[in-house]
Design a protein around this ligand. Structure first.
Ligand code: GLA
Length: 705
């Protein structure tokens, strides 16, 4: 007689059936079931009869399939003992319930291998956290080949898959495919989370931003991984997410334990916005580091303003100009450390460059503090240039294959973070930097792929990733108020495990606002606005060459954690004023933007729209952007979701209005004072604004009357 258990959180129920042997079966992961529902009914209703040309006792999709019993899909776990046959069969299953968690123990008594699977559901949001721990109880070495963090049999409504591709400065490129036979998989071997990220979703055929069923999976891991959705010839579909392990990477000693990263999953009945809603609350309450002041200060970053061309005097001038437009944090990017004049040298030598800063950083920091700002600084701790004191002293500290060439990328090599002596050295350097200088923030960069991912002659990618976490954790414990940003050539290290240590991510090196509309939108699939760095960059943009109006650039950046990444002294007075106005608007609205409920969608004729609604729906701020010329002169009205349907809202359009569009607005005088509409009109009829011209962005403020 199977044992049935469920855990509930938010609007979601996760229910399983555990037999005495074999991996537990998923009964339900979806909308919350009535408390008194008899789970055995789900089991009975989903029983299948015998069919031709298959096992006499059919194997049903389970939560952790292994191949030994006759599972022909991708196993969640595989490996072999020295001299063993690798045919894993779960011969004993036990189940324990702990509040909102289920812990299952699967034992192969023949191989003396044990897996502890745990599923915890967040009581508020329904986000499910899934992980596995593998125990080698044998007296032989176990060579683990695969150990997924999650393996979910998919519901029959799932017809499509949505995920993202991306590359440097081109992050957040969504694609949607129909599931057919065979597998969709994405394997990342770059040693970082990777530009495409580690999130995918399956959807029903009608699912869109607001409606339809979606099941989203995110692997919280900043290194090599594999995401997989497989359709078996029988029609059964499975979704897996876990580490990608190189052959020989995990050799478990007798008595050894191996823990997988956590995979998070959530289900939504309200399309992609339902997924975002759950993840945003979850990230805010359960992922982001505590003890950090949550007011997201306006940043200035020196990179696109000065690149490597700065010294103490020029940075002071930049800081004064930045403070003049309302900046609150001054971040010195790459180039401040000994001998670093371009990207060919000095990574690893984390001492202040005395040519640029004769008296260290103190005079700059004092200047920045006097202006009312705090100081942030760029570091890339995991990297070393061959042209550096560190490399000359410790040429064996970098990741390398013995007797082989050491190919560089951006002229740099990756330090072996799995070594404690390397981590100790980096800790000492960074600890000294933070102890001797009043630094509020580290931009932690990582500009190389991890290859060959080898330590001491063995594959070691996962250990190297864990080494980075260990260094960050130690540094955070020593300097708990220092905020960290996760950057990896832009958005190549964006995931929920790094976000336990970082307060925000840099989602892309591209500050082109048209690119950013897409990049930020897709970063927001799981990340709330305050965790996504969004900077106003120069025009023309240094990466795309595109010229865009200041108001457009600033508005797009307001929907994130706002910063400025250009020289404010080079702006004409009008643009500088426009930028300062938007910085002030951001300060006025950041409380709302960084706590409210974000909904993103496309208007009926394709404009990009976002609205952030306060928890009680008393206030909202929307942003509607048109990048290209609309196909018709009269753009489709904007229909607003997420409001309180019983309420009326006073709408204002914060200045400055988009240049061309402002000539075309109906009854401009009435708009100057604000206008009031019922939420039903705003939702059903929508608001007609001049939105047909390219590079138009309207901010729309709504306040309950
Ligand atoms: C990477 C980052 C940039 C900048 C440079 C500095 O490319 O993504 O934002 O910090 O490094 O070298």
């Amino acid at each position: 007689m199977p044992r049935y258990e469920r855990i509930d959180g938010g609007e979601t129920t996760f229910a399983i059936a555990a037999d005495e042997s074999g991996a537990p079966r998923l009964l339900h992961f979806g909308r919350r079931l009535p408390d008194d529902l008899d789970l055995s009914e789900i089991d009975a209703a989903s029983r299948i009869g015998p069919r031709e040309s298959t096992l006499d006792v059919p194997i049903r999709p389970s939560l952790y399939p292994a191949a030994g019993m006759g599972w022909f899909g991708e196993p969640a776990i595989s490996g072999v003992h020295d001299g063993g046959d690798g045919a894993i069969c779960w011969s004993e299953t036990t189940l324990e319930r702990r509040d909102h968690a289920l812990v299952m123990r699967l034992v192969d008594q023949r191989m003396l291998l044990r897996v502890e699977l745990s599923y915890a559901i967040d009581p508020d949001t329904g986000v499910l956290a899934s992980r596995a721990a593998i125990y080698n109880d044998n007296d032989k070495i176990f060579r683990l080949q695969q150990a997924d963090s999650v393996c979910l049999p998919l519901p029959s409504w799932a017809t499509d898959i949505l995920s993202m591709s991306g590359d440097w400065s081109r992050e957040g490129q969504p694609f949607r495919l129909a599931l057919s036979s065979g597998a969709w998989s994405q394997t990342n071997r770059t040693g970082r989370t990777g530009f495409p990220g580690s999130t995918f979703a399956v959807l029903d055929p009608t699912a869109d931003d607001h409606a339809g069923r979606v099941l989203a999976v995110h692997l919280a891991w900043s290194g090599n991984h594999r995401l997989l959705v497989e359709t078996l010839p029988s029609g059964e579909r499975m979704a897996n997410a876990g580490l990608h392990l190189a052959p020989g990477e995990v050799e478990m000693a007798p008595g050894g334990v191996f823990e997988t990263p956590i995979a998070y999953a959530c289900v939504s009945d309200h399309g992609l916005n339902g997924v975002s809603d759950a993840f945003h609350s979850f990230v805010r309450t359960r992922i982001l580091p505590r003890r950090i002041n949550n007011v997201r200060r306006v940043h200035f970053n020196s990179w696109e303003a000065a690149y490597f061309a700065f010294d103490e005097a020029s940075l002071k001038e930049l800081a004064s100009a930045a403070a003049g437009i309302g900046i609150e944090r001054f971040v010195v990017d790459d180039g401040w450390f000994t001998g670093r004049h371009d990207d060919t040298s000095s990574l690893g030598d984390w001492r202040v460059d005395r040519e640029r800063f004769a008296n260290g950083l103190a005079p700059l920091i004092e200047h920045v503090h006097r202006l009312g700002m705090d100081l942030g600084i760029w570091v890339e701790p995991e990297m070393v240039n061959p042209d550096s004191d560190l490399y000359r002293t410790h040429p064996d500290w970098c990741v390398h294959a013995r007797d082989a060439e050491r190919p560089t990328m951006r002229n740099q090599l990756w330090l072996d973070m799995s070594r404690s002596d390397v981590r100790d050295h980096l800790f000492e350097q960074l600890d000294r930097l933070l102890s001797e200088n009043d630094i509020a923030y580290l931009k932690w960069d990582c500009n190389r792929f991890l290859f060959p991912a080898v330590s001491a002659g063995f594959p070691a990618a996962a250990d190297i990733t864990r080494g980075t976490y260990a260094l960050m954790d130690r540094l955070r414990a020593a300097h708990p108020s220092v905020e960290i940003e996760s950057c990896a050539s832009g958005g190549a290290r964006v995931d929920l495990e790094i976000l336990k240590r970082a307060t925000r991510v840099w989602p892309s090196d591209s500050t082109d606002a048209i690119e950013r509309v897409r990049i930020q939108r897709w970063a927001n699939l799981i990340l709330p606005l305050e965790t996504v760095g969004a900077h106003v960059g120069p025009s023309p943009n240094p990466i795309t060459g595109r010229e865009l109006p200041m108001a457009f650039r600033a508005r797009v950046a307001m929907f994130g954690h706002l910063g400025v990444e250009m020289d404010p002294r080079k702006l004409d007075p009008k643009d500088r004023e426009t930028l300062a106005i938007h910085i002030a608007l951001y300060k006025r609205f950041r409380g709302l933007l960084h706590s409210g409920r974000l909904l993103r969608w496309r208007s009926d004729d394709g404009a990009d729209a976002a609205i952030c609604v306060s928890k009680n729906a008393d206030e909202a701020l929307a942003l509607v952007c048109r990048a290209e010329v609309a196909s018709r002169a009269q753009a489709a009205p904007i229909r607003f979701p997420g409001l309180d349907r019983a309420a009326r809202y006073r709408i204002t359009l914060p200045d400055p209005w988009p240049e061309i569009a402002k000539r075309r607005i109906h009854d401009a005088d009435a708009w100057l004072g604000g206008r009031t509409f019922s939420a039903r009109v705003l939702e059903e009829t929508g608001l007609s604004l001049p939105l047909a011209d390219p590079q138009t962005a309207w901010l729309i403020h709504l306040a309950r009357t």
